[in-house]
Ligand binder design. Structure first.
Ligand SMILES: [Zn+2]
Ligand SMILES: [Zn+2]
Length: 281
């Protein structure tokens, strides 16, 4: 599964071509068109790689790599190093430890841009190739949560089912309520709005009894700002049933596992010729 170091910054980079077109060893620089207000890059920071021309499915994050040095002008690179740049007229950021998928996204682009962490504090969106933006590390946490759904993305499911699970994932991300907000919301709650089970008012530092379920929003597509008036208090059981209903049309017929399933199918060393032939990259 995808794991991260939450103490670092995180970036999102839009790839001009599939990195597997090159050998792993040749993926050494991200060519960057424009430098916005970047702080100094720190070695080891995570860069998520967004790829749009994926003919196997929707565009999305196909892998990640790590910052390996400072942003460099091409004129400062050795002549032979320029072969490792996507575009040698831009600035170059040295990277290493690339890991990526061939045909499966770590996260689809529509899901990425539906996350509260990508929208809460101003909009983050990458429009063009060879661009890099600084994103919040909370996006990396969302990515870790998303990887718990890999059994869905990795098995043969219908489009409808995948769409439902995507919505459930975004729904769960939207329902992550910080403690202070929970205190406020639960102040006057007496009972579950579905089954009516009663519980004494929530008191701080006690276990949380009620959960808050968001109603009637567009989950994927145009981001809707979170409005806590749309959250209703439910007991844990009723809340789970609501979530179950979001994926109620799961089709059992299609639930066969694809062969060779493994959550760590991200690749870091590869043979370019093989991939070119096998996947026509
Ligand atoms: Zn209930
Ligand atoms: Zn819910």
């Amino acid at each position: 599964m995808y794991s991260i170091d939450p103490t670092h910054n995180a970036y999102l980079y839009c790839l001009p071509e599939h990195p597997m077109k090159k050998d792993a060893s040749a993926f050494r620089y991200l060519s960057i068109k424009k430098v916005r207000k970047y702080n100094c890059f720190t070695i080891g920071e995570t860069i998520l790689l967004l790829y749009r021309k994926n003919k196997y499915g929707p565009s999305g994050i196909i892998g990640f790599c790590k910052v390996a040095g400072e942003l460099t002008k091409v004129s400062e690179l050795l002549e032979q190093e320029k072969d490792y740049c996507f575009n040698s007229s831009y600035l170059q950021l040295p990277v290493n430890e690339l890991q990526c998928c061939i045909s499966i996204n770590i996260m689809d682009e529509d899901v990425l841009y539906s996350l509260p962490s990508m929208n809460n504090y101003g909009k983050f969106r990458l429009y063009t190739e060879c661009n890099l933006i600084n994103i919040y590390t909370s996006v990396l946490f969302a990515l870790m949560n998303h990887s718990q759904f890999w059994f869905i993305w990795k098995t043969r499911r219908t489009e409808l089912e995948i769409q439902q699970y995507k919505q459930l994932f975004v729904h769960l991300e939207r329902e992550k309520i910080e403690y202070k907000r929970y205190l406020k919301l639960s102040k006057k709650v007496k009972c579950c709005q579905i089954c009516g089970i009663e519980h004494q008012e929530f008191t701080p530092y006690a276990l949380q009894f009620f959960e808050f379920h968001e109603m009637n929003v567009n989950l994927i597509g145009k981001y809707e700002k979170i409005n806590y008036n749309k959250f209703i208090p439910l007991c844990a059981n009723c809340h789970k049933i609501e979530h179950e209903q979001m994926v109620a049309q799961s089709s059992y017929d299609n639930r066969s596992f694809s062969s060779g399933f493994s959550p760590d199918r991200l690749l870091s060393g590869w043979n370019t010729e093989y991939f070119n032939k096998e996947f026509e990259l």
